[in-house]
Design a binder for this molecule. Structure first.
Ligand SMILES: [Fe+2]
Ligand SMILES: [Fe+2]
Length: 475
């Protein structure tokens, strides 16, 4: 089951050739996908030979094979983790029943919506990142960008397969629409707001892959629990790829910090103006980027109270993060959870039915996970002998969804007036000047082993190759 058939037009481990109708439908979608990739994928890079990993099987040893390939020739395919014999539904109202191998009629609309929403984020991030290759700080980074891009493309394939196989005609229409919406488009934007934001520079890219790809991890983890077994198996395999995306973000921000700290020590200063003059990104600017990406990303989990979240859970469509490791009844009726809201100018906690607060539960799990990397960034500053520290802003800071939408809260969690917000926002979120300064540093570095001045080299290369390996051949 885990071997991948590369003789097929569409590599897969789902026995695609046994279902001719489905195979033909997907082979019909394939050229449209490639058209989209050429129009909306990495700009000016289609003829480069890029050192990429491709899945050759889904078992731990074999899912990553490295070689130089041109991106349009990347073997995008459909891969699922092996089926678990006798898998049972382990949460919600159907707990203990057999997992579904097909879509139950009554859950069809909700499942389709979940799959479409997840699927929409995958090509969206490719679109958001399509200009970044023009200003990569090194070959190593350029290769990582393209690796993420082709894998997000594969994640789209993963969702499109489910739509085609299990949702008939409306599934095929949704699959087409996934190639028609575009990030930031006025008439036909991507579904979720954070995926219509620009990723204008490499600091944004590293923040995005650290914070926003981690949102992807949590959504996929919740779907990996699903009673709909094909969705669970698909998302489990996607998670193996997602880990590298977050690594690129964490190590990328870490290398920016390392370089900044080096120059802080050389010049014995923390004056942002002096550091900027020396061509590195000052820590307060990094903090503002962090504040922005963290706050925009936690909005992606949705409203803190949501009847949809309750329905998705109770009907078995979407579990909690690490559902199987939790010691409760996995039904959650009658249980409560604390959400935040503003009363009388203060942030207060309020207990609400847990089933309705499952977006908040997932958001809180995400926050715990994302704090870890920020602590590791602080270790780098500490190691450089500097007293500065980065912090994760308060959950209520700069929120745009749920009960905290529009409430003005400082990064420390103090409710502030509109006028204080206006006076301080330039210290809390990236300003136009910050963005212009970061943009001014972006320039293309193409020589193997060379890095832009604002970022330190990585500790090691990809797939045990040296850091100065020729990761991209420009031809
Ligand atoms: Fe993805
Ligand atoms: Fe990702």
């Amino acid at each position: 089951m885990s071997a991948i058939n590369y003789s097929d037009k569409i590599p897969n481990n789902v026995n695609l050739s046994e279902d001719r109708t489905l195979q033909r439908a997907l082979e019909h979608w394939q050229p449209n996908y490639l058209e989209w990739w050429k129009d909306m994928g990495p700009e000016g890079a289609q003829s480069f030979d890029v050192y990429l990993r491709t899945a050759v099987s889904v078992d731990p040893q074999g899912w990553a094979q490295f070689d130089h390939v041109k991106m349009p020739e990347y073997r995008w395919g459909i891969f699922m983790n092996p089926a678990e014999q006798g898998r049972k539904i382990h949460f919600g109202d159907h707990i203990g029943e057999d997992a579904w191998q097909d879509v139950p009629g009554e859950h069809r609309a909700n499942l389709r919506r979940i799959i479409v929403t997840q699927g929409d984020t995958e090509p969206a991030s490719v679109e958001q990142q399509r200009h970044l290759g023009l200003t990569a700080p090194s070959q190593y980074d350029l290769r990582n960008l393209f690796q993420i891009n082709v894998e997000e493309g594969r994640h789209l394939w993963a969702m499109v397969y489910l739509l085609h196989k299990y949702f008939g005609r409306d599934g095929r229409e949704e699959a087409d629409a996934l190639l028609q919406r575009n990030s930031g488009s006025q008439d036909n934007p991507r579904i979720l707001e954070a995926f219509n934001e620009e990723t204008p520079d490499w600091l944004s890219f590293f923040m995005f892959t650290y914070f926003t790809d981690r949102d992807g991890k949590f959504q996929l983890c919740a779907l990996a629990e699903s009673a709909f077994d094909p969705l669970a198996r698909t998302t489990k395999f996607m998670l193996t790829e997602e880990a590298h995306h977050m690594f690129v973000g964490e190590s990328g921000v870490g290398r920016v910090i390392t370089r900044t700290c080096q120059v802080m020590n050389e010049l014995k200063t923390d004056d942002p103006a002096k550091l900027r003059a020396a061509g590195v990104i000052d820590l307060p600017t990094i903090q503002r980027y962090l504040n922005f990406h963290f706050s925009v990303t936690i909005d992606l989990f949705g409203a803190d109270q949501s009847s949809n979240a309750a329905t998705f859970y109770s009907s078995g469509l979407k579990g909690r993060y690490e559902e199987g490791k939790r010691n409760d009844d996995h039904v959650l009726k009658g249980q409560t959870y604390k959400i935040l809201e503003v009363q009388g100018g203060q942030l207060v906690e309020r207990e609400v039915p847990m089933l309705n607060a499952l977006n908040e539960v997932l958001r809180d799990d995400y926050i715990k996970d994302s704090v870890g990397g920020v602590e590791r960034w602080n270790k780098l500053i500490e190691k450089a002998g500097l007293p500065h520290r980065l912090t994760v802003p308060h959950k209520a800071f700069h929120r745009n969804i749920g009960s905290l939408a529009g409430v003005k809260v400082s990064p420390e969690g103090r409710v502030v007036s509109e006028s204080e917000w206006q006076a301080k926002v330039g210290e809390w979120l990236p300003t136009a000047e910050d963005r212009a300064f970061v943009a001014s540093l972006m320039g293309r570095v193409v020589e193997p082993g060379k890095f832009a001045n604002w970022i330190a080299p990585p500790v090691m290369g990809i797939n045990r190759q040296p850091v100065n390996f020729e990761y991209v051949r420009f031809s």
